[in-house]
Design a protein around this ligand. Structure first.
Ligand code: SF4
Length: 328
């Protein structure tokens, strides 16, 4: 596999926008490309600062950092546009250059029973979407792309916190195929009521997500039960401009009515150590990336839940509605 940094687009935009100093955000796996990028960009007479902060998603936009260091543009690699801001941001999505044919062929055995396929992919595979659709059509499937809804930037685009485009088409398809990695397919499986198959282009595997989904749902039920028992609750918000899932004010009132003590906590980024410092708090509800609670809960010393899970614990939403609407 090779990664296409979309240098043509990058340099065309830099020449057009003429920034003096830029803050570059690279996803975790490719921070090692910093030296190469700097060498090329400095040739345009532009100063470069690399953010050492995490850039898990398009929501992680370091506007405060850019302002602090007098940057006049943020260049964010690896994700599609997620937020609009007055501060100039250039999203460079990047492309994974792969030969998908062998793994697509492998997926046909798992998809035999399913005529109509709902298709989604992470943005790095969007440039291959026509080839993927043609492949499945030639092999007897109908293909419907997930809708461009909410934070999704394109039809077929999937991100870890936005599955409304998949939910929108789920009555029209027999199963979903997610081209990409485990993270997106776990979310998809939790979001929809149809079988979800991961076509894992990085590990050359095709996986049915059903068993994993069932396990995660049981774990979410345990966390919800623990929040019901909690006497004190911390509501945690992150400073990232693209994140705010649920209203803290609304939650405070509801927890107080349920006779729980509640505090509001802000963090640049939620971490196990920072949560552990509030060791006298029984449970936490995070209003940041909902995948922190759903995927990483085991790493935390106390139960950590999403906004919608908190509503279930508070009796504001039934468990059945929660599942029907999708866990994420
Ligand atoms: S909120 Fe989470 S899932 Fe959504 S873009 Fe940000 S890191 Fe990804």
């Amino acid at each position: 596999m090779s990664l296409d940094f979309e240098e043509e687009k990058l340099f065309a935009e830099l020449k057009k926008r003429k920034p003096k100093r830029i803050l570059i955000q690279l996803p975790e796996g490719i921070k090692t490309k910093a030296l190469d990028l700097q060498e090329k960009i400095e040739k345009l007479g532009i100063e470069v600062i690399f953010s050492g902060e995490t850039a898990w998603g398009g929501c992680c936009i370091s506007i405060n950092e850019a302002k602090k260091f007098d940057c006049d543009l943020i260049v964010h690699f690896g994700h599609a546009q997620f937020i609009k801001s007055d501060f100039p941001i250039l999203y460079i999505e990047m492309k994974d250059v792969l030969d998908l044919e062998p793994i697509l062929k492998k997926s046909l055995a798992s998809l035999k029973k399913y005529k109509k396929i709902g298709l989604s992919y992470s943005v790095q595979h969007m440039h291959d979407s026509d080839k993927i659709i043609d492949f499945y059509k030639k092999n007897g499937h109908e293909v419907i792309l997930s809708g461009k809804k909410g934070f999704a930037a394109y039809p077929g685009h999937v991100i870890g916190c936005e599955y409304s485009g998949l939910k929108e088409i789920q009555t029209k398809v027999d199963a979903f195929v997610i081209i990409g990695n485990r993270f997106h397919s776990v979310g998809a499986a939790l979001a929809v009521q149809k079988p979800v198959f991961l076509v894992d282009v990085y590990n050359d595997e095709v996986s049915d997500m059903e068993e994993f989904k069932e396990k995660l749902i049981r774990q979410r039920a345990i966390s919800i039960d623990k929040l019901k028992q909690a006497k004190s609750v911390g509501i945690v918000m992150e400073m990232k401009p693209g994140q705010r899932f649920g209203s803290p004010k609304d939650l405070i009132k509801k927890f107080e009515r349920a006779d729980k003590k509640v505090i509001l906590i802000s963090m640049n980024e939620i971490s196990i150590d920072k949560i552990a410092n509030f060791y006298n708090i029984d449970a936490f509800v995070e209003l940041a990336c909902l995948r922190i609670a759903v995927d990483d809960f085991k790493k935390y010393p106390k139960p950590i839940l999403t906004y919608r899970e908190a509503l279930v614990a508070l009796g504001e939403k039934s468990w059945e509605d929660f599942l029907n609407e999708g866990v994420v």
